[in-house]
Design a protein around this ligand. Structure first.
Ligand code: AMP
Ligand code: MG
Length: 347
């Protein structure tokens, strides 16, 4: 997770407009329903997983709301320690370090994440691919971005086959078949963390909540005034402008965009979502939003559908019965039938 981008996102805490999805600030009363039950709403933001994390809890008391926020952030920190490739001792770093050498035992949670990632790789016909690590390193967006040479990409191409990631459920081990392979969970980890944070918040007693890890949102229950969580999808070409809004409850909304992490060179936009077939930035979309029951699926599919493009991506969303809002390379918007009657375009 990328440190420099993270600082940039931190700079936008007060207005939250550079992030892929924007909670639409519609006032929710802090308390008081007619039934005299009182709800407290508390929001906190922290910098975790190299990005801005914002969590809101609705609970019967301030103590429960605060405790559920603290637990939510702790949970995300725990996953960062388990999965970050910036942390050399993390489980995932150990898996990458042992590429071509030996299987590495991992926790049930890491194993589950990797299993889910490989499932989505199959759904998306390889568009979503956590073996993309060597190519992500070459482009190094946004730390020290540059266009890699054709030869560098040809070499990297030998190490990005996700079918060479071997999961052994019995032993709970992960083995990367070739030395030089490297798992990158940038396209699924934030959703996974948001999902886990929401689960602990609920366990602690929050009746409603929103966990936003950059552009990956997980909501549950309702706001204090009984309404759903209003969520805005950022316009991919007009910073700070909302393209569309929707109201969400007990589900996840994730957006992948070519405007999140990119650099321009000779008038060409080079961004951080790579097409595993070419190892070049995927060119068919500007932005993809997926609405799904859980944030792990939403995050991974938003990245995968972005690579697949509007036609195959929309067909996949229809097949899976999920909401999708896809802005194609020319700026045209398509919305899957599951989302059509809930997403309001603002333009
Ligand atoms: P997201 O913002 O969720 O779309 O994730 C983008 C991040 O996922 C990138 O910064 C990379 O770390 C990683 N990534 C890039 N291309 C792919 C891909 N085709 N499949 C899976 N992960 C990718
Ligand atoms: Mg993603």
């Amino acid at each position: 997770m990328q440190r420099r981008a993270a600082l940039f996102l931190l700079a936008c805490i007060p207005f939250f407009t550079a992030c892929a999805i924007i909670p639409v600030s519609r006032p929710a009363s802090q308390s008081a329903s007619k039934s005299a039950s009182v709800s407290v709403t508390v929001t906190r933001a922290q910098f975790l997983m190299g990005t801005l994390v914002e969590i809101t809890a609705v609970a019967p008391s301030d103590a429960i709301a605060q405790a559920s926020l603290t637990a939510g952030f702790q949970e995300i920190r725990r996953f960062e320690n388990l999965l970050s490739t910036w942390i050399e001792t993390s489980e995932l770093s150990r898996v990458n370090q042992a590429a071509g050498l030996k299987p590495v035992g991992v926790s049930a949670e890491s194993f589950d994440l990797l299993r889910r990632a490989l499932e989505v790789a199959e759904y998306t016909e390889g568009g979503f691919n956590i073996a993309i690590g060597p190519a992500v390193r070459l482009w190094n967006i946004p730390e020290a971005p540059r266009v890699p040479t054709a030869m560098e990409l040809d070499i990297a191409a030998q190490y990005v086959d996700y079918r060479r990631i071997h999961l052994d459920a019995g032993r709970r081990t992960v083995f990367l078949e070739k030395p030089g392979m490297r798992i990158d969970i940038g396209g699924i980890g934030k959703g996974f963390a948001a999902e886990k944070a929401a689960a602990v918040m609920r366990e602690i007693g929050a009746t409603g909540g929103l966990a936003a890890v950059a552009g990956d949102f997980r909501v549950f229950g309702r706001r204090a005034d009984g309404t759903a969580w209003p969520i805005g999808i950022q316009h991919p070409r007009e910073p700070g402008k909302i393209l569309a809004t929707l109201d969400a409850t007990d589900e996840a909304v994730s957006t992948s965009g070519d405007y999140e992490r990119y650099f321009m060179q000779d008038g060409v936009r080079y961004h951080h979502i790579l097409d595993p077939k070419t190892l070049q930035p995927a060119r068919l979309c500007q932005s993809v939003t997926i609405i799904a029951p859980d944030a792990t699926t939403a995050d991974a599919l938003a990245t995968g559908v972005f690579v697949m493009g509007p036609v195959r991506g929309l067909a996949l969303a229809e097949r899976l019965g999920l909401g999708a809002v896809i802005v194609d390379a020319g700026g045209d918007i398509s919305i899957s039938s599951h989302a059509r009657n809930r997403v309001r375009l603002t333009h």
